[in-house]
Write a new protein. Structure first.
Length: 394
C-alpha cells in the first residue's frame, strides 16, 4: 500500500506540473473532486471510530491502570511538545530564514486586536455542551472528551447493561475499521488528486523563495523525530529506534499522504498491535487521545511560522511576545484538531497577538500542504513513541 500511495503522489505531482497548466479542467473536474472525496470518505468514519476506540480503551484498562497511563502519557506529551517547539525556535532564530525578502510582495493588512480570552475559559470551552453539535462542527477533541466520560462511566458500571454497551461499541469499532480499510483502497487515486491540485496551484518553482523556511521546518522535524524520539525510545521504551521506525512505516506513509493524524488513526492502531505488539487497551487509549492531543509537529510548525512571519515583516518581538508564542504553541499542540490545515487559524491568531496582520498567514498557504504532510508524520510517530514508552513502564 505504501508503494502505491507513493506512486500516486508522484503521478499527481507530474500531472500538476506538466499537464494541468495546459488542461485546467484536469484540476477542477478530476483531481480536486478525487482528492476531496477520498478525504471526506475517510474523515466521515474517523470521528465515530476514534470515539469508539477511546471508550473501549478506557473500559478495558485494568483497574487502577487509567490514572497511571493517563499521567505518564500526559507528562510525555508535554515534554516532547515543549522539546519540539524549542528545537524549532532555536533553528529559526539561528538560520533567520525571513531575511532578505522583498516586503513589497507580502500580503498587506492592518493588525486586528486579538480577543482577550481568559486561559480558564479556553479550557472550559474545550468541553462541549452538546456532543451532537460538536460532532457536526468537526470538534474531535470535544467528542473525545465525551467518549472519556462514557468510558469512565462504563468502568464504574456493572451488570448486563454495561456489558451489552461494550459489546455494541466493539461491534461499531470493528465495522468502522473495515470501512476505513475499504476507503484506503482508494488512497493512491485520492492522494494523486490531492498532490496534483497542490502542484498545479503553487508550481514547483513556488517553493524557491521560501526554501530556507521549508528547510528550517523540515530540519527541526528531523531532529525531533530522529534525535529526540530516538533517545526516548532507547532510554524509556528500551527499543531500537531503527526497528521501531521500520515497524511503523505503514502509519507514517498514510500520515504523510493524508496530512491528517485523525485519518491515520486506524492504521496507527493496527501497527501498534501487529507491528509493535503493544497492549491493545493501552494503545487504544494513548493513540486515540494522541490523534488530537499530541501534535508535536503542529506545535513546532506554529512556533516557527509566527517567528518567520515576524522576520518577514520586520517586527521585533519582545521577550514576553516570544514567550507567548512558545507557550501558546505548546498548548495548541494539545488542542489543534488532527486534520489538514488545522494549524493555520492558530497561526493567524498568534500573528495578530504579536502585531502582525492576519493576512500574513497567506504567505504560508501555498506550501502549507507539503509541510503539513511532514509535521503530521512527526505527530503520528510521536503518538506511537509515547504509547511504546508508556507500555514499557507497565
Amino acid at each position: 500500500m505504501a508503494l502505491r500511495i507513493l506512486f500516486g503522489m508522484a503521478t499527481g505531482a507530474l500531472l500538476g506540473a506538466f499537464v494541468a497548466p495546459h488542461a485546467p479542467w484536469l484540476v477542477d473536474l478530476v483531481a480536486r473532486p478525487a482528492g476531496a472525496l477520498f478525504m471526506r470518505l475517510l474523515l466521515v468514519l474517523v470521528m465515530p471510530l476514534a470515539a469508539a476506540a477511546l471508550v473501549l480503551g478506557i473500559a478495558e484498562l485494568k483497574p487502577g491502570a487509567l490514572g497511571g497511563v493517563a499521567s505518564r502519557a500526559l507528562g510525555l506529551t508535554v515534554a516532547l511538545t515543549a522539546t519540539a517547539v524549542g528545537v524549532g525556535v532555536f533553528l529559526v532564530t539561528v538560520v533567520h530564514p525571513g531575511r532578505g525578502i522583498d516586503r513589497s510582495a507580502l500580503p498587506a493588512g492592518k493588525p486586528v486586536a486579538a480577543i482577550d480570552t481568559p486561559p480558564i475559559d479556553t479550557f472550559v470551552n474545550m468541553v462541549p455542551d452538546n456532543v451532537i453539535a460538536a460532532a457536526a462542527k468537526g470538534d474531535l477533541l470535544g467528542v473525545l472528551l465525551v467518549a472519556v466520560l462514557v468510558g469512565l462511566a462504563v468502568r464504574r458500571s456493572s451488570g448486563e447493561p454495561a456489558r451489552r454497551l461494550v459489546e455494541w461499541v466493539q461491534g461499531l469499532f470493528d465495522v468502522l475499521v473495515v470501512g476505513v480499510q475499504m476507503v484506503m483502497k482508494l488512497a493512491p487515486v485520492g492522494v494523486a488528486g490531492l498532490t496534483c491540485v497542490l502542484v498545479a496551484r503553487t508550481g514547483l518553482e513556488g517553493l524557491a523563495p521560501l526554501a530556507r523556511f521549508v528547510a528550517v521546518v523540515v530540519g527541526a522535524i528531523l531532529i525531533q523525530g530522529i534525535v529526540v524520539y530516538g533517545a526516548a525510545l532507547h532510554l524509556l521504551a528500551r527499543r531500537s529506534p531503527l526497528a521501531f521506525y521500520r515497524a511503523i512505516q505503514p502509519a507514517l506513509a498514510v500520515a504523510f499522504s493524508t496530512a491528517s493524524s485523525a485519518a491515520t488513526l486506524p492504521t496507527t492502531l493496527r501497527v501498534a498491535d501487529s507491528g509493535l505488539g503493544l497492549r491493545p487497551d493501552l494503545a487504544r487509549f494513548v493513540l486515540t487521545v494522541g490523534a488530537s492531543a499530541n501534535q508535536n509537529g503542529t506545535a513546532l510548525f506554529e512556533g516557527v511560522s509566527v517567528l518567520f512571519l515576524a522576520q518577514l515583516y520586520g517586527v521585533d518581538l519582545s521577550v514576553s511576545q516570544s514567550a507567548l508564542i512558545v507557550i501558546v504553541s505548546i498548548a495548541a499542540g494539545v488542542g489543534t484538531a488532527g486534520v489538514p490545515g488545522a494549524s493555520l487559524p492558530v497561526i493567524a491568531a498568534l500573528a495578530t497577538a504579536v502585531g502582525l496582520p492576519p493576512e500574513s498567514v497567506g504567505v504560508l498557504v501555498g506550501f502549507d500542504r507539503i509541510l503539513d504532510m511532514c509535521r503530521t508524520t512527526l505527530n503520528v510517530a510521536g503518538d506511537l513513541v509515547i504509547a511504546a514508552c508508556v507500555d514499557a513502564e507497565g
